[in-house]
Design a protein. Structure first.
Length: 204
C-alpha cells in the first residue's frame, strides 16, 4: 500500500511512520523532507499532489492552531487554525480525491479539546469539532469504495513537558500507542469513525 504521511517528522507522525514500518510504501512529507506542502495553501496542496501521483491512503498529523485566552483571540489568530488544521486537512481530502486509488482511505487528526475543553483552547475546540463533523459527513458521500476516519488523541506523553500545563489531570498516551489508531483506520475497513486514543467521552 502506498501511504502519503503528511507531518511525518512530528511526534505523532514519526510514531505512525514507525508503525507502518516496512509493511507499506510510506511517502513521508514534512518541512525538511524532499516532498513538502503548506496545507494552509490550496495552491501548494495542488502542486504537492501533482508531484505525489497516485496513492492508496493519506494520513495527516499536521496542522497549526493558536492557543490564547478567549478575550484575547483575534480574527487573525482564529484564522491560523481555520486555514491550517481545519481547511488544510479538508483540502487534502478534497484535492486528493483526484489522485487516490479506488478503495483508498483518508485519516485526519483532531484532538480532545472539543469534548474536554481547556483554558485558552477555544480555537482548538472549534477546529477539532469542525473536523469531526466533516469526517462523519464526508464518509456517507465518498464513492469508489473510499473511506475516511479521524484520530483524536489524548495528550501525547512525549509532548507532556511542553503542553501538560494546559491539560491538568489529563491522562497521557505514548505516541506509539496513538499510532495504532492510524493503523486501524488505514489497514481496517471502517469509515466515518472517530478513534479516541487514550480517552473517551465517558471519562468527562
Amino acid at each position: 500500500m502506498r501511504i502519503v504521511l503528511v507531518g511525518a517528522t512530528g511526534v505523532i507522525g514519526s510514531a505512525v511512520a514507525s508503525e507502518f514500518g516496512n509493511k507499506h510504501d510510506v511517502v513521508q512529507v514534512a518541512r525538511n523532507t524532499e516532498l513538502s506542502v503548506d496545507i494552509a495553501s490550496v495552491e501548494s496542496i495542488d502542486r504537492f499532489f501533482d508531484k505525489v501521483g497516485p496513492f492508496d491512503a493519506l494520513v495527516c498529523t499536521a496542522g497549526a492552531v493558536h492557543y490564547a485566552p478567549l478575550e484575547q483571540l483575534s480574527n487573525e489568530q482564529f484564522e491560523v487554525g481555520l486555514r491550517s488544521k481545519l481547511m488544510g486537512q479538508v483540502n487534502l481530502v478534497l484535492r486528493g480525491l483526484r489522485q487516490i486509488r479506488d478503495n483508498g482511505s483518508f485519516t485526519l487528526t483532531s484532538g480532545l479539546t472539543n469534548e474536554d475543553p481547556i483554558l485558552q483552547g477555544a480555537s482548538a475546540a472549534l477546529v477539532n469539532g469542525g473536523l469531526e463533523g466533516f469526517v462523519r459527513s464526508a464518509a456517507i458521500e465518498l464513492r469508489r469504495g473510499l473511506r475516511i476516519n479521524i484520530v483524536s488523541p489524548s495528550l501525547v506523553a512525549e509532548s507532556a513537558s511542553a503542553y501538560g500545563e494546559f491539560f491538568p489531570g489529563t491522562m497521557t498516551l505514548p505516541a506509539r500507542d496513538v499510532a495504532l489508531g492510524y493503523a486501524k483506520s488505514v489497514e481496517g475497513a471502517q469509515t466515518g469513525r472517530i478513534y479516541r486514543m487514550g480517552w473517551s467521552r465517558d471519562q468527562y
